[in-house]
Design a protein around this ligand. Structure first.
Ligand code: GLN
Ligand code: ZN
Length: 760
């Protein structure tokens, strides 16, 4: 019989009822003593392990749990604490740990950024002038705890040195070898101590190996791995990669480790091709990441068993570990509570717990034969077939439209120059028109009103009247402020994706499908599970109402197809590209409805366009092509005189500027104020010659900048951009700001615009 093992790579920290979040927040608020907090956290951590044990996972990860973020854990394990935080060496106190994560009086938090292409954010280690030391052996601690408390011989998880360094900042590229020399002895100590403890398996995560690395980098990784293996020859090291296929397969597969872990979901094609072409070393195990760690759907177990069968011709079963494609950190905990979903949808879901069960089924099927789990396999096929055959996924009109996409208009009638003159003549806006990005403060009052309406305490009419009051109050305010293009304020929206998801067909909302986004913050992404179609007007009523109150133009406000896609869990039976087109065509109907209703400036926000970029640069163009097409499908059928705006919340543009230009928006507004210099520079090199608004103040801070500050910022931008095409706006929506500070900041903004107009 084959000794194939099932192995997990990481588990959600948050607990089935977000107990983890609640404990963290209570502790921060001073409502939990440190001792009590530590106890609660331990209970959550042990429970997570217990679940994996009960599901029959052979290799259970330990040490992947965190009090905030695993990259921060790695940094603090090595005593890496920026000078602005209190620290005197030794184990980093909890207060310092959280100060680094969240900021404290007098010390700004460490930067936070996206973990590869996920929606998880990690704390960026700062490595300038560091003298790393091993303050605790966290993997060892985690191993001991699991063994002592639950009798689990866990598989410690360690963030690999090379990925850790590549994700850190505060050093010059040339300094990397020095840093390796400083940290490697500490890694050596970790692995030596693990080996001495009798630990059998160690998972070293090196996801950076799926990105393009130079030959020099690959040899750095080789020497790191060689050093660790030499230090702990008995330890079975798993070199784990995920989120895409590895680059340099030949070199990596030869590294002296016991197991090479590959992602056979997100990097399937290339990883599989490499194995077929170059084989797989006979002295190693292969970690086969088959169960998708990034989505919420049941695996097609039959297809996966067929694949495993093919694979076993190259790597026999006894040399496989069956695993999820990545840590399960990126999926919700359990679908047990999703009782409100349509059964045909609910049945086809698999969250973390259910994914563990899948691993066990796969491993039983390969070890004891399929008959052994025939019932489970049949059920799996049934639920998948049922959902695929359901009316949700079979809307002929939607599918026909996407199948005949060439027939759908995706180009405006006229070029920008002609549109521009028509639009200019129509609105006669002043030089440097002022506007905002869409939302105004979502005060407690607004949130309470929505709660009342959702709970049934308020009638829909009551809620609607409340929203209208807000709109009219802010239309008045905007007129008083002297803004040139007004917005209705988005008071009726909780979230810019959820709002549209609730109104479009093809979306579902879970009750408890939370995933960690950063720290204690969790998000509950909508689920795109069926063909997406337009059902009813979504924004027309509020926008039209706003327009009825003013003679100034009111800009309609929609979330774009790519942002809706990238911020949702997406069905996997058709490509993301297809889903994007479906959303785009549905949104087009809304764009047209707005235009019909007399709204002739329409903003289609795409803040998530950039974050959808694939991990490998060579895949960027394909993604950008369909993303741009989706945007254009939504926005191309309007009249020449209708002005399409878009908005993006970032400023790294230089590498996707062609795509941005290809959107062919009449006006784009982008976030700039925190990295103005950089952005201006990128515009010096790459001309952008359609309407553009650079955010002139940072909306993430309550600080109200001075008029001179804004004037300077605008002046600098006007040196590289065509002044006649320039708009003045804040960085992003204002929904998280207070009312008074918003008004003050906009006053300053309008004043700055006036001053520059007068000086020209
Ligand atoms: N229109 C949205 C708002 O103002 C845009 C938000 C965003 O870009 N994230 O809130
Ligand atoms: Zn924004």
């Amino acid at each position: 019989m084959c000794a194939l093992l099932s192995s997990n790579l990481g588990y959600p920290r948050i607990g089935e009822n977000r107990e983890w979040k609640k404990a963290l927040e209570a502790f921060w608020a001073g409502k939990l003593e440190e001792g009590e907090f530590t106890q609660q956290i331990e209970a959550i951590r042990l429970n997570n392990l217990r679940v994996q044990q009960q599901k029959g996972i052979d290799l259970i990860p330990v040490g992947d749990f965190s009090l905030y973020d695993h990259v921060l854990d790695t940094a603090t394990m090595f005593g890496i604490v920026p000078k602005r935080f209190p620290y005197e060496g030794g184990e980093v106190p909890l207060s310092t740990y959280y100060a680094m994560a969240r900021g404290s009086q007098g010390a700004t938090a460490c930067e936070m950024t996206k973990w590869f292409n996920t929606n998880y954010h990690y704390i960026v280690p700062e490595l300038q002038d560091v003298q790393p030391q091993l303050t605790i052996n966290k993997p060892l601690q985690a191993y001991r705890e699991a063994k002592l408390q639950l009798g689990i011989q866990g598989k410690p998880v360690l963030l690999g040195l090379f990925t850790f360094l590549k994700l850190a900042k505060g050093y010059q590229p040339a300094e990397i070898d020095q840093l390796i020399s400083a940290f490697l002895p500490l890694y050596v100590r970790i692995v030596t101590e693990l080996e001495e403890e009798g630990v059998e398996w160690l998972q070293i995560d090196e996801p950076i190996l799926v990105q393009s690395l130079s030959d020099a980098d690959i040899s750095r990784v080789s020497s790191i791995i060689a050093t660790l293996t030499a230090a702990a020859p008995k330890l079975k090291i798993v070199l784990q990669t995920y989120f895409d296929a590895v680059e340099h397969y030949q070199a990596i597969s030869q590294l002296p480790v016991h197991v090479i872990g590959l992602d056979f979901v997100h990097g399937f094609e290339l990883n599989w091709k490499n194995i077929q072409t170059y084989g797989f070393p006979e002295n190693k195990l292969l970690g086969v990441g088959l169960v998708d760690g990034r989505n919420i759907w049941q695996s097609d177990l039959q297809t996966q068993l067929e694949f495993l069968d093919h694979l076993s011709a190259i790597v026999p079963y006894e040399r496989m570990l069956l695993q999820p494609s990545s840590s399960l950190l990126h999926v919700p905990v359990s679908k047990r509570k999703e009782t409100k979903l349509a059964p045909v949808l609910r049945d086809a879901l698999a969250f973390a717990e259910e994914k563990l069960a899948e691993l066990t089924i796969l491993s039983k099927a390969t070890q004891h034969g399929q008959d052994f789990v025939q019932l489970e396999l049949d059920m799996n096929q049934t639920v998948i077939t049922k959902l695929n055959a359901s009316s949700y996924r079979n809307k002929p009109e939607v599918q026909l439209a996407v199948a005949n996409l060439q027939q759908q208009p995706s180009t405006r009638n006229s070029d920008f120059a002609s549109r521009r003159s028509l639009q200019a003549a129509k609105w006669q806006l002043p030089f440097l028109p002022t506007t905002t990005i869409g939302s105004f403060p979502q005060t407690t009052e607004v949130r309470n009103a929505r709660k009342n309406w959702r709970s049934g305490e308020w009638t829909p009419a009551q809620y609607e009247a409340f929203i209208q009051e807000q709109i009219s109050e802010w239309i008045l305010l905007q007129e008083k402020l002297g803004l040139d293009v007004l917005v209705h304020g988005e008071f009726e929206r909780t979230d810019m994706v959820e709002f549209f998801g609730e109104k479009l067909d093809g979306f579902a909302f879970t009750s408890n499908g939370w995933v960690q986004s950063y720290g204690s913050r969790c998000v509950k992404p909508p689920v795109i599970f069926g063909d997406v179609s337009f059902v009813q007007e979504m924004t027309v009523k509020e926008t039209k109402y706003a327009q009825s109150l003013t003679s100034k133009p009111v800009k309609g406000m929609l979330t774009g197809p790519i942002t809706i896609l990238n911020w949702s869990f997406v069905r996997s039976d058709i490509t993301r590209e297809q889903v994007a087109y479906q959303i785009a065509l549905a949104l087009r109907q809304e764009v047209e409805a707005l235009e019909q209703a007399g709204i002739e400036m329409i903003q289609v926000d795409e803040p998530a366009l950039r974050e959808g970029l694939p991990l490998k640069k060579k895949d960027w163009q394909a993604y950008l092509d369909w993303a741009v097409l989706a945007f254009r499908l939504s926005t191309s059928t309007v009249k020449d005189g209708t002005q399409i705006h878009t908005h993006m919340c970032y400023c790294e543009f230089h590498d996707i500027i062609d795509a941005i230009r290809a959107l062919d928006a009449d006006v784009i507004s982008i976030e700039t104020s925190r990295s103005h210099g950089e952005l201006i520079h990128s515009f010096e090199e790459h001309v952008y010659d359609q309407g553009i608004g650079l955010g002139v103040y940072d909306i993430h801070s309550p600080r109200v900048p001075s008029v001179t500050e804004m004037v300077e910022m605008i002046d600098r931008a006007l040196q590289v951009l065509e002044p006649e095409l320039f708009w003045i706006n804040p960085d992003c929506g204002l929904k998280t700001r207070g009312k008074q500070e918003t008004i003050s900041a906009l006053e300053v903004m309008v004043e700055a615009a006036k001053r520059i107009r007068a000086s020209r």
